[in-house]
Ligand binder design. Structure first.
Ligand code: HEM
Length: 238
């Protein structure tokens, strides 16, 4: 086998790169499931304040008394935190390996990982990480009120008032439009990469299926997430 001519260090690198790719794919699937559920929950805003606030409350009381208050929410949070650590760690490692592979004299071009898609995944992924931090500060941790027409207390008390006040502002809407388009692109390519890692792209038909699935997931996420913000901005919910 050709690998016998490689230095010992290289063999380890090659095999664990596969492990890192599986870590990316597995944690990526966890995120896809989470964002689909989150998007579905957000669409409850279309049913009005009572339905949306009731849903947010239900997320915290789910499973009581077997689970403590917020038990489900904290379980999901822990899974997401572990998944994000794994996803970012594997992404950074693969990124730095692709970078050092490029400096090798005999590196094969297609293995350098410098395609437009992979550059978009790396920088887009970092931008999405920045968005998620902003999003958590905005809607979960600090809940600041940027809208002078809304009461800061009401924003903190009602998730529906909080999102209504936020998406009344054009610049908040713009941030979310950009972030959701970036997320859609990330998922489109991510579904493709994960399918490749799992060996699901060996035939023309399976390649087409993986691309179609990526496109469907991407479009559903972008459209589904952006319906409530646009409905709020254009006063369609009142
Ligand atoms: C238009 C798009 C989005 C809207 C309107 C939205 C809205 C919200 C709201 C209102 C909350 C607080 C829920 C509550 O405390 O009951 C929340 C929490 C959260 N959102 Fe989003 N979200 C959007 C997109 C996203 C995306 C794309 C992601 C992930 C990539 C995301 C990840 C989270 C996370 C992790 C939480 C924290 C949940 C928790 O309390 O543990 N959101 N979002």
């Amino acid at each position: 086998m050709a690998t016998t001519t490689l230095p010992a260090k290289k063999k380890g690198v090659a095999s664990s790169s596969i492990g890192l790719k599986f870590l990316m794919a597995g944690t990526g699937v966890i995120f896809i499931l989470y964002v689909l559920l989150h998007m579905y929950g957000n669409l409850k805003a279309l049913a009005g304040q009572e339905a949306f606030d009731e849903y947010a409350h239900h997320l915290r009381t789910f499973g009581e008394p077997m689970l403590p208050y917020g038990g489900l929410l904290w379980t999901v949070r822990i899974v997401l935190i572990l998944a994000i650590i794994g996803h970012v760690y594997a992404g950074m490692k693969l990124w730095s390996r692709a970078g050092s592979a490029r400096q090798q004299k005999y590196a094969v071009k297609k293995n350098t990982g410098s395609s437009l898609a992979s550059r978009t995944m790396r920088w887009g992924g970092l931008a999405l990480l920045a968005f998620v931090i902003f999003h958590l500060v905005q809607f979960t941790v600090v809940k600041p009120n940027f809208n002078s027409e809304a009461s800061a207390e009401a924003v903190k008390e009602s998730p529906y008032v909080m999102i209504s006040a936020a998406f009344d502002l054009w610049w908040v809407l713009l941030i979310y439009v950009i972030a959701m388009v970036a997320l859609g692109m990330h998922l489109y390519h991510g579904v493709w990469s994960a399918s490749q890692t799992m060996g699901l792209t060996s035939t023309t038909v399976s390649r087409q299926r993986a691309k179609a699935l990526g496109a469907i997931v991407g479009v559903v996420i972008v459209v589904g997430f952006l319906i409530p913000p646009f409905a709020i901005f254009f006063n369609l919910l009142d």
